[in-house]
Design a protein around this ligand. Sequence first.
Ligand code: WTA
Length: 649
Amino acid sequence: MTMHEPHAPSAETAAKSHADKATYEAMYRASTQDPAAFWAKEGKRIDWIEPFTKVKDASFDLGNVSIKWFEDGVLNVCANCVDRHLATRADQTAIIWEPDDPEGETQHISYAELHEKVCRFANVLLSQGVMRGDRVVIYLPMIPEAAYAMLACARIGAIHSVVFAGFSPDALANRINDSEAKLVITADTAPRGGKRTALKSNTDAALLHCSDKVRCLVVKHTGDQITWIDGRDVDVKAMMETVAPDCPVRPMKAEDPLFILYTSGSTGKPKGVVHSSGGYLVYASMTHQYVFDYHDGDIYWCAADVGWVTGHSYILYGPLANGATTLMFEGVPTWPDASRLWQIVEKHKVNQFYTAPTAIRALMGKGESFVEGHDLSSLRVLGTVGEPINPEAWEWYDRVIGKHRCPISDTWWQTETGGHMITPLPGATATKPGSATLPFFGVVPAILEPEKGTLLEETVTEGVLCIAESWPGQMRTIWGDHQRFEETYFQQYKGYYFSGDGCRRDEDGYYWITGRVDDVLNVSGHRLGTAEVESALVAHPDVAEAAVVGYPHEVKGQGIYAYVTVMNGVEATDALRKDLEAWVRKEIGPIAKPDLIQWAPGLPKTRSGKIMRRILRKIAENDYGSLGDTSTLAEPEVVESLIENRMNR
Ligand code: WTA
């Protein structure tokens, strides 16, 4: 099979799956012709305490953006993910937990056990005065308690906001403060790749910048020594033993927020993306079932972190709503060596495996010997998410991991979308390496001309990717700033949701995501605003000015390239470079550390003082031969010196 020929699902795969090509086409047509009827039916895939009678009420009109699904329905998300399975699968494993240390003890948590743990956790939250609508920040590693904590919040109607355990104390403090959280949940320390992150001491540092009313629940996970503040800190595990093993679920309205998740945009501070209860769960459940062709009894593994939206929708809510066995892995793909993931697949006979292109590329670089000798015959479907996957990585995934047997779902979606938007379905869609292929049910993509905002109607075209109609998993607002929500997503292209991504459509109507068109970086599948890294750099006393751009990076997809102008009288040394790297790690977290720092005596600016990022991007890409029009530059000679001293050659 050549690289450009579509990989069609086998007749056998198609026959056994939830949707073959004809089913997909018929369902897609139905979903766009009569969305209310389509989603009224799908809405019933979850249990409602009071059934909905209204299905969809959405407006993308600027000044009046409002998105509501299943508005008058009443439900509880935790009851849907846990309680409703007790009658039929109480003894089935809900969560398989695989620790960082391969010698450590694997846990199999049944639905009955999950129910008790979540109830106890919820009772601990209640004992701390957490009420419906209160915000709870969760700063935990990939341990079962992270799942208990999230589900416990859902059970009592509290809104969780998970902060990735790789974020710094400052980033944590900002999120606690922006969400006005009542409580933060953390662990003593977090083992990852044989190293330990001091989460509790990070939390202590963060809380110095927060209201002294914020309480701190601590999961003693490793038993490492930590400082303890009496009256503020609570030992969760000890307290779970003393509270009741049962806790009633609180009936919630479909539109009550389930969680806030902070994500980077092109400007300003990270924004708190707010997701709903009803629409979000329906969408997470349906996409999980169709995109991974999930069937009862499958062992499903999403190797993301619960700190990202992928972990929310596809480790926790989607799989558990469907009564799946979901695997949670505490460690990293390359420790103790690059065979770890395949050992786990073999050990637990994983059927669906979902990861990011950056992990595939990293493992590809280590060689196939780490895969050989592991029985991967249980695998049926492979998934990828987070950034465009390059065809080489796609082919490797297909050949070395999938043995040409497993359809690959390249899923395009965003924190904002709640679930998959453009993606193949394993039994329905012929795949092309590098293309996210076709829209999911109910998703109406639109490619617009970037400048004029006109709809590009020809099949073969390229422009910015927008979505024309609401879908149930769509974010509802930015926490505390609905106006910013409207401005960010609905202002530039009237009547559409603007994704921030560029996109091409080919002769088969397949979508090819070309990457962000704004100042958002995608480093190892993690979103970062260039503005965030810049503001961290200029907060350093020796830095006068900084500009940050992305450049192609073999493993990470994009690397971080920083141009830094030092203060008058400061010497630009290698020691300062190291210091700045450490500084950014401290301000934001290790994922934001610049890969390359170039000392810039000046930055190329227009006469009105705007930094010309286009030029900086070109130089960072080592593609300085085609800088385009530089006639508007205030000091053209700056560019010459930047080219001369470029770091990426
Ligand atoms: C990018 C992650 C190409 C895209 C779920 C998007 C992708 C951003 C893909 C969202 C894909 C995600 N192909 N690009 N399959 N999946 N992206 O919010 O630029 O962390 O806008 O959500 O990742 O990142 P986020």
